[in-house]
Design a protein around this ligand. Structure first.
Ligand code: SAM
Length: 326
Protein backbone atom coordinates (compact mmCIF):
# COMPACT_ATOMS: atom_id res chain seq x y z
CA UNK A 1 0.00 0.00 0.00
CA UNK A 2 1.92 3.11 -1.18
CA UNK A 3 1.19 6.81 -0.61
CA UNK A 4 -0.94 8.56 -3.13
CA UNK A 5 1.19 11.11 -4.96
CA UNK A 6 -2.00 13.10 -5.53
CA UNK A 7 -2.38 13.65 -1.80
CA UNK A 8 0.94 15.56 -1.73
CA UNK A 9 0.25 17.64 -4.82
CA UNK A 10 -3.24 18.89 -4.03
CA UNK A 11 -2.68 20.18 -0.54
CA UNK A 12 -5.32 22.41 1.01
CA UNK A 13 -2.57 24.24 2.90
CA UNK A 14 -1.82 27.67 1.46
CA UNK A 15 1.89 27.59 0.72
CA UNK A 16 1.88 30.62 -1.56
CA UNK A 17 3.96 32.74 0.87
CA UNK A 18 5.80 29.95 2.67
CA UNK A 19 7.27 28.51 -0.52
CA UNK A 20 8.97 31.68 -1.83
CA UNK A 21 10.36 32.32 1.64
CA UNK A 22 11.92 28.83 1.77
CA UNK A 23 13.25 29.23 -1.76
CA UNK A 24 14.73 32.59 -0.86
CA UNK A 25 16.77 31.10 1.99
CA UNK A 26 17.60 28.03 -0.06
CA UNK A 27 20.56 29.85 -1.55
CA UNK A 28 23.78 30.14 0.49
CA UNK A 29 24.64 33.62 -0.80
CA UNK A 30 21.20 34.94 0.14
CA UNK A 31 21.65 33.52 3.64
CA UNK A 32 24.98 35.33 3.84
CA UNK A 33 23.34 38.56 2.68
CA UNK A 34 20.79 38.19 5.48
CA UNK A 35 23.63 37.66 7.95
CA UNK A 36 25.41 40.81 6.70
CA UNK A 37 22.16 42.77 7.10
CA UNK A 38 21.73 41.55 10.69
CA UNK A 39 22.72 44.93 12.16
CA UNK A 40 23.48 46.96 9.09
CA UNK A 41 21.81 48.48 6.11
CA UNK A 42 23.66 48.64 2.82
CA UNK A 43 23.04 49.82 -0.74
CA UNK A 44 23.27 47.47 -3.73
CA UNK A 45 26.71 48.68 -4.75
CA UNK A 46 28.02 48.28 -1.23
CA UNK A 47 26.69 44.73 -1.11
CA UNK A 48 28.36 44.09 -4.48
CA UNK A 49 31.71 45.09 -3.05
CA UNK A 50 31.14 43.17 0.18
CA UNK A 51 30.50 39.95 -1.75
CA UNK A 52 32.69 40.88 -4.74
CA UNK A 53 29.98 40.09 -7.26
CA UNK A 54 28.38 42.06 -10.11
CA UNK A 55 25.36 44.30 -9.75
CA UNK A 56 22.88 42.29 -11.88
CA UNK A 57 23.46 39.19 -9.76
CA UNK A 58 23.19 41.12 -6.50
CA UNK A 59 20.04 42.92 -7.66
CA UNK A 60 18.48 39.57 -8.50
CA UNK A 61 19.23 38.14 -5.05
CA UNK A 62 17.90 41.25 -3.32
CA UNK A 63 14.72 41.12 -5.36
CA UNK A 64 14.13 37.52 -4.30
CA UNK A 65 14.69 38.42 -0.63
CA UNK A 66 12.49 41.50 -0.91
CA UNK A 67 9.64 39.61 -2.59
CA UNK A 68 9.56 37.13 0.26
CA UNK A 69 9.59 39.98 2.83
CA UNK A 70 12.97 38.97 4.25
CA UNK A 71 14.41 42.41 3.54
CA UNK A 72 12.90 45.86 3.35
CA UNK A 73 14.14 48.95 1.57
CA UNK A 74 14.59 52.56 2.52
CA UNK A 75 15.17 55.22 -0.10
CA UNK A 76 17.77 57.75 0.96
CA UNK A 77 18.19 60.39 -1.74
CA UNK A 78 19.27 58.60 -4.88
CA UNK A 79 20.22 55.44 -3.00
CA UNK A 80 18.16 52.50 -1.86
CA UNK A 81 19.31 50.82 1.33
CA UNK A 82 18.44 47.25 2.26
CA UNK A 83 17.92 46.04 5.77
CA UNK A 84 16.49 42.91 7.30
CA UNK A 85 12.75 42.95 7.70
CA UNK A 86 11.93 41.66 11.16
CA UNK A 87 8.18 41.60 10.60
CA UNK A 88 6.73 39.36 7.92
CA UNK A 89 3.29 40.75 6.97
CA UNK A 90 1.95 37.16 7.00
CA UNK A 91 1.17 36.58 10.64
CA UNK A 92 1.56 32.79 10.42
CA UNK A 93 5.11 33.19 9.05
CA UNK A 94 6.37 35.58 11.71
CA UNK A 95 7.65 33.06 14.23
CA UNK A 96 9.22 30.99 11.44
CA UNK A 97 10.98 34.08 10.13
CA UNK A 98 12.26 35.14 13.53
CA UNK A 99 13.59 31.61 14.20
CA UNK A 100 15.23 31.72 10.80
CA UNK A 101 16.90 35.04 11.62
CA UNK A 102 18.01 33.77 15.01
CA UNK A 103 19.66 30.79 13.33
CA UNK A 104 21.31 33.02 10.73
CA UNK A 105 22.58 35.28 13.54
CA UNK A 106 24.60 32.37 14.89
CA UNK A 107 26.45 31.91 11.59
CA UNK A 108 29.90 33.36 11.12
CA UNK A 109 30.87 35.47 8.11
CA UNK A 110 33.99 34.73 6.14
CA UNK A 111 37.05 36.86 6.90
CA UNK A 112 36.98 38.51 3.48
CA UNK A 113 33.33 39.56 3.89
CA UNK A 114 34.10 40.91 7.38
CA UNK A 115 37.07 42.83 5.96
CA UNK A 116 34.99 44.31 3.13
CA UNK A 117 32.27 45.41 5.57
CA UNK A 118 34.88 47.12 7.75
CA UNK A 119 36.32 49.04 4.81
CA UNK A 120 32.86 50.26 3.80
CA UNK A 121 32.15 51.41 7.34
CA UNK A 122 35.50 53.16 7.56
CA UNK A 123 34.87 54.93 4.24
CA UNK A 124 31.43 56.07 5.37
CA UNK A 125 32.69 57.32 8.70
CA UNK A 126 35.52 59.16 6.96
CA UNK A 127 33.03 61.09 4.81
CA UNK A 128 31.12 62.26 7.89
CA UNK A 129 34.28 63.18 9.87
CA UNK A 130 35.74 65.01 6.87
CA UNK A 131 32.56 67.02 6.57
CA UNK A 132 32.75 68.27 10.16
CA UNK A 133 36.48 68.92 10.00
CA UNK A 134 36.14 70.91 6.77
CA UNK A 135 33.19 72.88 8.03
CA UNK A 136 34.22 73.62 11.59
CA UNK A 137 34.17 77.37 10.92
CA UNK A 138 30.63 77.02 9.57
CA UNK A 139 29.53 74.61 12.32
CA UNK A 140 27.25 77.08 14.08
CA UNK A 141 25.88 78.47 10.82
CA UNK A 142 25.09 74.99 9.48
CA UNK A 143 23.47 73.96 12.74
CA UNK A 144 21.36 77.11 12.73
CA UNK A 145 20.02 76.25 9.28
CA UNK A 146 18.14 73.33 10.81
CA UNK A 147 18.07 73.36 14.58
CA UNK A 148 20.63 75.01 16.81
CA UNK A 149 21.37 74.24 20.44
CA UNK A 150 19.30 77.32 21.37
CA UNK A 151 16.23 75.64 19.86
CA UNK A 152 16.39 72.40 21.80
CA UNK A 153 19.06 72.91 24.50
CA UNK A 154 16.85 74.73 27.04
CA UNK A 155 14.21 71.98 26.79
CA UNK A 156 16.86 69.30 27.45
CA UNK A 157 18.27 71.28 30.34
CA UNK A 158 14.81 71.51 31.93
CA UNK A 159 14.23 67.77 31.56
CA UNK A 160 17.31 66.76 33.55
CA UNK A 161 16.26 68.11 36.99
CA UNK A 162 12.66 67.05 36.33
CA UNK A 163 13.81 63.40 36.25
CA UNK A 164 16.57 63.82 38.86
CA UNK A 165 19.18 63.07 36.24
CA UNK A 166 22.58 63.51 37.89
CA UNK A 167 25.30 61.22 39.16
CA UNK A 168 28.87 60.14 38.81
CA UNK A 169 29.50 59.95 35.08
CA UNK A 170 27.90 61.50 32.00
CA UNK A 171 29.10 60.84 28.45
CA UNK A 172 28.18 63.30 25.71
CA UNK A 173 28.64 61.44 22.42
CA UNK A 174 29.08 63.81 19.45
CA UNK A 175 29.55 66.79 21.74
CA UNK A 176 30.26 69.22 18.86
CA UNK A 177 31.38 72.57 20.23
CA UNK A 178 30.30 71.50 23.72
CA UNK A 179 27.12 73.52 24.31
CA UNK A 180 25.70 70.85 26.65
CA UNK A 181 28.86 70.49 28.72
CA UNK A 182 28.37 73.32 31.29
CA UNK A 183 25.04 71.78 32.36
CA UNK A 184 26.46 68.26 32.49
CA UNK A 185 29.50 69.51 34.37
CA UNK A 186 27.25 70.98 37.08
CA UNK A 187 25.18 67.80 37.51
CA UNK A 188 27.82 65.04 37.28
CA UNK A 189 31.08 64.33 39.11
CA UNK A 190 32.76 63.54 35.81
CA UNK A 191 31.88 64.24 32.19
CA UNK A 192 33.42 62.79 29.04
CA UNK A 193 32.90 64.61 25.75
CA UNK A 194 33.42 62.34 22.76
CA UNK A 195 33.62 63.55 19.17
CA UNK A 196 35.15 61.90 16.13
CA UNK A 197 35.98 65.14 14.26
CA UNK A 198 39.39 66.45 15.34
CA UNK A 199 38.89 70.11 14.39
CA UNK A 200 35.52 70.20 16.13
CA UNK A 201 36.91 68.60 19.27
CA UNK A 202 39.81 71.07 19.36
CA UNK A 203 37.34 73.96 19.42
CA UNK A 204 35.30 72.13 22.05
CA UNK A 205 38.46 71.82 24.24
CA UNK A 206 39.00 75.58 23.96
CA UNK A 207 35.42 76.14 25.14
CA UNK A 208 35.89 73.71 28.04
CA UNK A 209 39.06 75.56 29.08
CA UNK A 210 37.57 79.03 28.79
CA UNK A 211 34.51 77.99 30.80
CA UNK A 212 36.75 76.29 33.40
CA UNK A 213 34.85 72.99 33.25
CA UNK A 214 37.45 71.16 35.30
CA UNK A 215 35.58 67.84 35.55
CA UNK A 216 35.17 67.48 31.75
CA UNK A 217 37.62 65.38 29.75
CA UNK A 218 37.55 64.70 26.02
CA UNK A 219 38.12 61.80 23.67
CA UNK A 220 38.73 61.94 19.93
CA UNK A 221 36.93 59.06 18.22
CA UNK A 222 33.69 57.20 18.70
CA UNK A 223 32.26 55.48 21.74
CA UNK A 224 33.35 52.04 20.58
CA UNK A 225 36.99 53.13 20.50
CA UNK A 226 36.78 54.67 23.95
CA UNK A 227 38.08 52.29 26.60
CA UNK A 228 35.61 52.44 29.46
CA UNK A 229 37.03 52.07 32.94
CA UNK A 230 35.05 50.07 35.48
CA UNK A 231 32.45 52.83 35.94
CA UNK A 232 29.52 52.74 33.57
CA UNK A 233 27.74 55.95 32.60
CA UNK A 234 24.74 57.32 34.50
CA UNK A 235 23.80 59.38 31.45
CA UNK A 236 24.68 59.10 27.81
CA UNK A 237 23.55 61.89 25.52
CA UNK A 238 23.30 61.72 21.76
CA UNK A 239 22.15 65.13 20.64
CA UNK A 240 21.74 65.46 16.88
CA UNK A 241 24.28 62.70 16.31
CA UNK A 242 22.39 59.65 15.07
CA UNK A 243 21.49 61.15 11.69
CA UNK A 244 25.22 61.54 10.96
CA UNK A 245 25.79 57.80 11.36
CA UNK A 246 25.06 55.21 8.76
CA UNK A 247 24.21 52.69 11.46
CA UNK A 248 22.34 54.68 14.09
CA UNK A 249 20.89 51.51 15.58
CA UNK A 250 24.41 50.22 16.28
CA UNK A 251 25.47 53.50 17.85
CA UNK A 252 22.52 53.20 20.20
CA UNK A 253 23.47 49.60 21.04
CA UNK A 254 27.06 50.63 21.79
CA UNK A 255 25.80 53.40 24.08
CA UNK A 256 23.40 51.12 25.88
CA UNK A 257 26.18 48.58 26.52
CA UNK A 258 28.12 51.10 28.63
CA UNK A 259 25.11 52.56 30.41
CA UNK A 260 24.76 51.69 34.10
CA UNK A 261 21.60 49.95 35.38
CA UNK A 262 19.00 52.70 35.94
CA UNK A 263 21.16 55.00 33.82
CA UNK A 264 19.54 57.45 31.41
CA UNK A 265 19.88 57.75 27.66
CA UNK A 266 19.04 61.11 26.16
CA UNK A 267 18.42 61.32 22.43
CA UNK A 268 17.69 64.48 20.48
CA UNK A 269 17.00 64.00 16.80
CA UNK A 270 15.29 65.51 13.80
CA UNK A 271 11.92 64.05 12.93
CA UNK A 272 11.55 62.68 9.40
CA UNK A 273 11.88 65.32 6.69
CA UNK A 274 12.54 65.37 2.96
CA UNK A 275 15.01 68.23 2.58
CA UNK A 276 17.83 66.77 0.53
CA UNK A 277 20.06 69.87 0.88
CA UNK A 278 20.82 68.85 4.48
CA UNK A 279 23.11 66.13 3.11
CA UNK A 280 25.45 68.53 1.36
CA UNK A 281 25.09 71.49 3.71
CA UNK A 282 25.03 69.70 7.05
CA UNK A 283 26.64 66.30 6.42
CA UNK A 284 23.43 64.48 7.28
CA UNK A 285 23.22 60.83 6.29
CA UNK A 286 19.57 60.40 7.27
CA UNK A 287 16.59 62.66 6.74
CA UNK A 288 15.70 62.46 10.42
CA UNK A 289 13.81 59.50 11.92
CA UNK A 290 10.28 58.53 12.77
CA UNK A 291 9.91 58.75 16.58
CA UNK A 292 8.61 55.14 16.51
CA UNK A 293 11.86 54.00 14.91
CA UNK A 294 13.95 55.50 17.70
CA UNK A 295 11.60 54.04 20.30
CA UNK A 296 11.82 50.61 18.66
CA UNK A 297 15.65 50.70 18.62
CA UNK A 298 15.67 51.77 22.27
CA UNK A 299 13.30 48.97 23.18
CA UNK A 300 15.60 46.48 21.44
CA UNK A 301 18.37 47.77 23.75
CA UNK A 302 16.05 47.14 26.72
CA UNK A 303 15.61 50.84 27.41
CA UNK A 304 12.31 52.03 28.86
CA UNK A 305 10.78 55.27 27.67
CA UNK A 306 10.52 57.95 30.38
CA UNK A 307 9.48 61.00 28.38
CA UNK A 308 9.37 62.28 24.82
CA UNK A 309 8.80 65.79 23.62
CA UNK A 310 8.61 67.47 20.24
CA UNK A 311 9.63 70.96 19.26
CA UNK A 312 8.55 72.57 15.99
CA UNK A 313 11.28 74.76 14.47
CA UNK A 314 10.55 77.97 12.63
CA UNK A 315 11.90 76.55 9.34
CA UNK A 316 9.56 73.54 9.23
CA UNK A 317 11.89 71.04 10.91
CA UNK A 318 10.67 69.22 13.98
CA UNK A 319 12.95 68.08 16.76
CA UNK A 320 12.27 65.09 19.01
CA UNK A 321 13.77 64.66 22.47
CA UNK A 322 13.56 61.28 24.22
CA UNK A 323 14.64 60.17 27.65
CA UNK A 324 15.01 56.43 28.17
CA UNK A 325 16.08 54.52 31.26
CA UNK A 326 17.96 51.22 31.47
C1 SAM B 1 25.20 68.06 14.58
S1 SAM B 1 26.53 67.96 15.65
C2 SAM B 1 25.74 68.03 17.21
C3 SAM B 1 26.62 68.58 18.29
C4 SAM B 1 25.98 68.67 19.69
N1 SAM B 1 25.63 67.39 20.23
C5 SAM B 1 24.78 69.58 19.68
O1 SAM B 1 23.65 69.12 19.89
O2 SAM B 1 24.97 70.77 19.45
C6 SAM B 1 27.04 66.29 15.53
C7 SAM B 1 28.43 66.05 16.12
O3 SAM B 1 28.56 64.64 16.35
C8 SAM B 1 29.83 64.19 15.91
N2 SAM B 1 29.64 62.75 15.61
C9 SAM B 1 28.83 62.19 14.70
N3 SAM B 1 28.85 60.85 14.79
C10 SAM B 1 29.69 60.55 15.81
C11 SAM B 1 30.12 59.33 16.41
N4 SAM B 1 29.69 58.14 15.97
N5 SAM B 1 30.98 59.37 17.43
C12 SAM B 1 31.45 60.58 17.89
N6 SAM B 1 31.08 61.77 17.36
C13 SAM B 1 30.20 61.76 16.34
C14 SAM B 1 30.18 65.09 14.76
O4 SAM B 1 31.58 65.19 14.55
C15 SAM B 1 29.59 66.44 15.23
O5 SAM B 1 30.51 67.18 15.97
Amino acid sequence: MGFSAKKFVTSSVDVSNFNPLCKAVGDPLRVEILKVLQDNSFGVLELCSIFEIGQPAMSHHLKVLWKSHLVSTKRDGANIFYRRNNFNPEENLQSFQSTLFKTINSFKLSESVERNIESIKTAREKVSIEFFNKNVSLFQENQDLIASWLNYGPSIENLLPKHNIEGRLAVDVGSGLGDFLPTLSSLFDKVIAIDNAKEVLEECIQNITSKKLNNVSTFLGNLKEFKFQTTKADLISLNMVLHHNINPQNVLKECSAVLAENGFMLITELCNHNQEWTKTSCGDLWYGFEPETIEKWAKECKLKKIESMFIAQRNGFKTQIHIFKK
